[in-house]
Ligand binder design. Structure first.
Ligand SMILES: O=C(CO)[C@@H](O)[C@H](O)[C@H](O)[C@H](O)COP(=O)(O)O
Ligand SMILES: [Zn+2]
Length: 184
């Protein structure tokens, strides 16, 4: 089983190398132009993807590798008071969209993460981000789901299982953070 899982991961990385390098390059560009213009990055997802959202945001406000200046990265998954109040008063589907409405400004970048591409709460946030004039980057998998129609760029990891897709998401997130470090 262990070797099988490792091989599956290895095959998925090979597919990413074969098909996603141009998209990853575009995502690096979206992130670097956003930050260079003085705008911020907001990130959200569910479950393991919430952890990925926090991980990516923290690489910006803290650091990735280099000791460069602090950069504005915010995960919409961390404020339990906002999450519970919005879920309680408006419904779970609005927890990211409502926070985006409060924090998102034109020129900001919203990164929505969903392995299925069909998480309602992420889809709503992408719609709101667009209405606000934010740029939208999707990290998804399988066939990209409904995120295909809602993102300026939807990076669709060519895999079927959530675990493998998530493993590629954080790898791609790290590559994007390396592109940010390279600016400074
Ligand atoms: O981390 C894992 C599985 O590896 C889970 O917590 C997973 O993120 C959750 O089931 C999510 O709710 C899946 O949602 P999505 O990726 O389809 O939007
Ligand atoms: Zn997981």
């Amino acid at each position: 089983m262990i070797i099988e899982e490792l091989r599956d991961h290895q095959n998925t990385i090979q597919k990413v190398i074969d098909s996603l390098v141009p998209d990853i390059e575009k995502a690096c560009e979206m992130m670097t132009t956003t930050l260079q213009a003085g705008n911020k990055v907001l990130v959200a997802g569910n479950g393991g993807s919430a952890a990925d959202a926090q991980h990516i945001a923290a690489e910006l406000s803290g650091r990735y590798v280099k000791n460069r200046k602090a950069l504005p990265g915010i995960a919409l998954t961390t404020d339990t008071s906002a999450l519970t109040a919005i879920a309680n008063d408006y419904g779970y589907d609005y927890v990211f969209a409502r926070q985006l409405e409060a924090l998102g400004r034109p020129g900001d970048l919203f990164i929505g993460i969903s392995t299925s591409g069909n998480s309602e709460v992420v889809l709503r946030a992408l719609k709101t981000a667009r209405e606000l004039g934010c740029k939208t980057l999707g990290l998804s998998g399988r066939d990209g789901g409904k995120m295909n129609g809602l993102c300026d760029l939807n990076i669709v990891v060519p895999a079927e299982t959530t675990a493998r897709i998530q493993e590629m998401h954080i790898l791609i997130g790290h590559i994007i953070c390396q592109a940010v470090d390279d600016l400074y």
